[in-house]
Design a protein around this ligand. Structure first.
Ligand code: SF4
Ligand code: SF4
Length: 120
């Protein structure tokens, strides 16, 4: 990939990240946040809302799961009592992985370039 294309893609990614910054979204589109009125879903610096829903969540099983091995070690099984499909469900409530800019940048880079190595 030539340098101009690379710069162009990086610039677009920067624009997306800026657009999905939590503070910006909170002011401009508060109604779009499932936590609207309660606060951000996670108290981390530079929370980014691009992946409100984690792309690594495993939807192939009724109980869910983490397709990438729970990178922060904060996901856990939530035991459900009396549920018909499964007695447990994968709970990502404590994991901030999909809300970090560097992670989103990595996913977008892969999406735009098809390159799976960590370029950024
Ligand atoms: S990522 Fe969190 S703070 Fe952002 S829109 Fe989704 S629930 Fe709200
Ligand atoms: S939020 Fe964290 S634990 Fe949950 S699926 Fe994504 S990376 Fe895995």
């Amino acid at each position: 990939m030539d340098e101009l294309t690379k710069k162009c893609i990086e610039k677009r990614i920067d624009i997306i990240l800026k657009e999905f910054d939590f503070e910006k979204r909170r002011k401009e589109y508060p109604e779009e946040c499932p936590c609207n009125g309660i606060g951000p879903c996670h108290n981390i610096e530079d929370l980014n809302c691009f992946f409100c829903y984690c792309p690594a969540y495993d939807l192939s099983k009724p109980e869910g799961g983490c397709k990438i091995g729970n990178p922060q070690g904060k996901g856990k099984w939530f035991e459900r009592l009396g549920h018909e499909v499964s007695d447990r469900i994968w709970d990502c409530g404590e994991c901030t992985y999909p809300h970090q800019k560097k992670i989103i940048r990595k996913y977008l880079w892969r999406l735009f370039t098809g390159q799976f190595e960590d370029k950024i």
